[in-house]
Write a protein that binds this ligand. Structure first.
Ligand code: MG
Length: 374
């Protein structure tokens, strides 16, 4: 008698043996995938900031987010949309967008290109809303194959960069206190652009000698003054200057980049893949954020294009839970610099994920984006 699985069980005469035999219907992902439906759910949530956050344009104490889930065959992929006010999305616009999404038309979550092209085609803009689907979908496929995304992408987790911790614009007393609190970080990001630039840097330097990234958030409008300030900053141990001038001042920015002794990084000026090539020669590099790029799929492509153009790449975040921050961290072995501190600025995180250990972005072995619910 041919001993196939059914006969084997018959011979042994016990159902317990079934657990010793691989169940092909469960181990072959294709068999599972074609039976299932993906179910999207979402809820609003407000992140409470530990400190009032002040940049060149505004101050705030909370950030609205929408948390998403894609459920499939008993697994849950988590995603998130974060909406700082200047990007033009809100919980309302995200919910309106997500209500238009019909994932049930797809029965294979591995068709990422088809699914995310469909998501992108539903409406223009809505980048954070789109990212919340992209992140949840990537988390889900990582969970189906039981691997962290960085492994699926073939990345070396020891190549993650240190992350900066952000010091917002404030009085010298508060800046000093925040800098002292940030002693576990090996690099700081200091916000400038409100007229007290030298005071900000001098205050930070009175506490620490760690390298500094500077983010001006479009706060300098005169290119000559900007260059003068960058020359001074270079002497203060600054590594690069992010979005020094208003995004509309493209020619001034190209001049500044050509003359600057420090790399210039595009942030507010830059959103999606199609922007990367336009900024060659205007900025030295790009600050990729999942909430701008519509998620991981496009962020990954941006890194490839920027590298082909010999541009610098950093990966940043908004104020976010550990969900979106840990998703971005999966790509971080590919970048020059990371600014992934968004989850450390809030006191009501709902996930545990990527950790900062000795100042370094540290990835774990959890599948997908590497998080679990707290
Ligand atoms: Mg920035």
């Amino acid at each position: 008698m041919k001993i196939d699985r059914r006969n084997f069980a018959k011979i042994i005469g016990t159902t317990a043996v079934a657990s010793l035999i691989p169940d092909i219907s469960k181990s072959a992902t294709t068999a599972v995938i074609q039976n299932g439906k993906m179910k999207l759910s979402f809820k609003t949530y407000d992140l409470q900031l530990i400190h009032t956050f002040t940049v060149a344009e505004y101050s705030r104490n909370s950030t609205p987010v929408v948390l998403t889930q894609i459920e499939y065959e008993g697994l849950i992929g988590y995603g998130e949309a974060s909406m700082p006010p200047y990007l033009g999305e809100s919980q309302k616009t995200v919910i309106t967008f997500l209500n238009k999404v019909n994932l049930e038309q797809f029965n294979d979550p591995f068709r990422i290109d088809d699914i995310l092209s469909y998501i992108d085609s539903i409406d223009k803009n809505n980048r954070a809303a789109k990212a919340s689907i992209d992140i949840a979908l990537h988390d889900l496929i990582g969970k189906i194959v039981n691997l962290p995304l960085y492994k699926l992408w073939g990345l070396n987790p020891t190549k993650t960069p240190d992350t900066s911790f952000t010091i917002g614009i404030d009085t010298p007393e508060v800046v000093k206190m925040k800098t002292e609190e940030a002693k576990r970080f090996k690099v700081l990001k200091v916000k400038l652009g409100r007229g007290n630039d030298k005071e900000m840097i001098n205050t930070v330097r009175s506490v620490t000698n760690v390298p500094i990234y500077v983010d001006v958030n479009q706060g300098w409008t005169d290119k000559n003054k900007a260059l003068e300030m960058i020359n001074w900053l270079k002497g203060q141990g600054v590594i690069f200057v992010e979005q020094p001038m208003p995004k509309e001042q493209v020619d001034d920015m190209a001049w500044l980049t050509e003359n600057s002794p420090l790399p210039t990084m595009a942030d507010e000026a830059f959103q999606r893949l199609a922007d990367v090539a336009k900024f060659k020669g205007v900025y030295s590099g790009i600050n990729i954020k999942l909430m701008k790029s519509t998620g991981l799929r496009e962020a990954h492509k941006m890194i490839t294009v920027a590298r082909a153009l010999n541009m610098k790449v950093m990966i940043g975040c908004m104020t976010e839970t550990s969900c979106a921050v840990s998703a971005a961290a999966q790509l971080s072995p590919l970048v020059d610099w990371a600014d992934l501190d968004g989850n450390l600025l809030i006191n009501n995180d709902v996930f545990e994920g990527m950790k900062i250990i000795d100042g370094k972005v540290t990835l774990n072995e959890l599948p997908g984006i590497g998080i679990k619910e707290i």
